[in-house]
Structure formats: C-alpha cells, structure tokens
Design a protein around this ligand. Structure first.
Ligand code: CA
Length: 225
C-alpha cells in the first residue's frame, strides 16, 4: 500500500501527542493534531482523516462525548487511548463504536501496529462510485459519464471523488482545498471554483445549468445527482 493515510490525534497532553505524531510520521502516515475535544470533533468531521486516535481524558468535551457525537455522523475508525482507571469509559467507548483501544502507558510501536490493523480491517478500498449517470473507478482513475469516458485532470478527479463520496452533503471550499490539495495547502478558495468550472464542463450535460455539482451559495458545493 503506497499511501498510509491520515491519522488525527486528539490528545491534550502535548508530549504524548508529539510522540504519537512522530512515530506515525516515521511510519509514513500524515498526521493532524487536536489538543481538545471540540477541535478534535471538528477536524474528525471536516478534515476527513482515515483514522482518529482519541484520548478519553480530555478537558471540556471528553473523549466519550466526542465519540458519541462523531458516531452520529461518521464511521471513521477510532482507536481510543485509555488509562487503567478508565475501564468503564473504555467499555462505553467500545459500545459507542470505537474500533480498538490502547492502554496508557503504551508503546508507540504497538499503537502504530494497532492503527494499521484497524485500517486493514475497516478500510476495504472503495474501487468504484456511481451516481447520477457518473461512474468513477478510483484505482484506475477513470471517469465515465453515461458510459462514455471523460478525461479528467488529477485535481478534477480528486474534486469529483470528494463530492461523490458524500452525496447530498455540502463541502465548503476549505474542505475541498484540504481534501484535494492537502492539509498544508493555503491556497485561494477561488482555486476551487476554477477547477469545479472545468469539471462541470466535462461531466455536466449543460455546464451552465449544472444538475450534478450544485453550487451552494456562500458555502460550497454539493454532489446532488
Ligand atoms: Ca489526556
């Protein structure tokens, strides 16, 4: 597997966060970090990580509350970090849909191994997405509209994939920038508009009256087949 994926670490203790981040980056993952529950929940929902490492003991919104809120909207795999004294919370976490837990103190290598195991178990790669007459083959990087192949650039393909993965959901320009151009890209949000315009010319029957990729004024875009 070429791409290891992106892991969001939600942990208020900076030393632990940095340690986990270091080991994950060394293992080839991209890392996002949040120092409290609110920020962790926001990033988990908006930044599309492949997996969340969630400490249970957090100031403010604690880990169990983050998990409960997250599971209302997302199936992203979650590995909890728990202290020995938090056994009741650990059980609650698993009941709420966490995929695994690692007890503190933990070996970072063990955590990385657990993360890999959870990703293997929970992430059978989605090869194809199809809706509204559009079909994309993700591994082969091909796009078909009503059965006819359309040549998309990498960026256009990334945009279409991001939108098709969440049909009916509005994605902001910032979310699309983060998703398609990368977490560290600080570009102009209008870049997104330009590429969406090109994408529409390739997949919409009438690009000036788009029926697939809707503009949600002042917010962003939505795939609404
Ligand atoms: Ca903590």
């Amino acid at each position: 597997m070429a791409r290891q994926g992106t892991v969001l670490i939600v942990e208020d203790e900076e030393a632990i966060r940095e340690l986990v981040a270091f080991h994950l980056e060394t293992a080839g993952f991209r890392v996002q970090q949040a120092a409290d529950g609110e920020e962790g929940l926001r990033l988990a929902l908006e930044a599309s990580p492949d997996l969340v490492v969630l400490d249970l003991m957090l100031p403010g919104l604690d880990g169990v509350s983050v998990l409960r809120a997250l599971r209302r909207q997302s199936r992203v795999p979650v590995v909890m970090l728990t202290a020995r004294t938090e056994e009741a919370d650990r059980v609650r976490g698993l009941e709420l849909g966490a995929d695994d837990y690692v007890g503190k103190p933990f070996s970072p290598r063990e955590l990385v191994a657990r993360i890999r195991a959870v990703l293997r178990r929970t992430d059978p790669p989605t090869e194809r997405l199809a809706a509204g007459g559009v079909e994309i083959d993700i591994s082969a990087h091909r796009c078909f509209v009503e059965g006819l192949e359309r040549e998309l650039t990498l960026t256009e393909f990334g945009l279409l994939q991001a939108l098709m993965e969440r049909p009916g959901q509005v994605l902001t320009r910032e979310m699309l920038l983060e998703r398609v151009w990368g977490y560290d890209y600080y570009g102009d949000a209008r870049t997104v508009d330009v590429h969406v315009r090109h994408l529409r010319e390739k997949v919409e029957v009438e690009p000036s009256h788009p029926r697939l990729i809707e503009t949600v004024r002042g917010v962003g875009y939505r795939f609404a087949p």
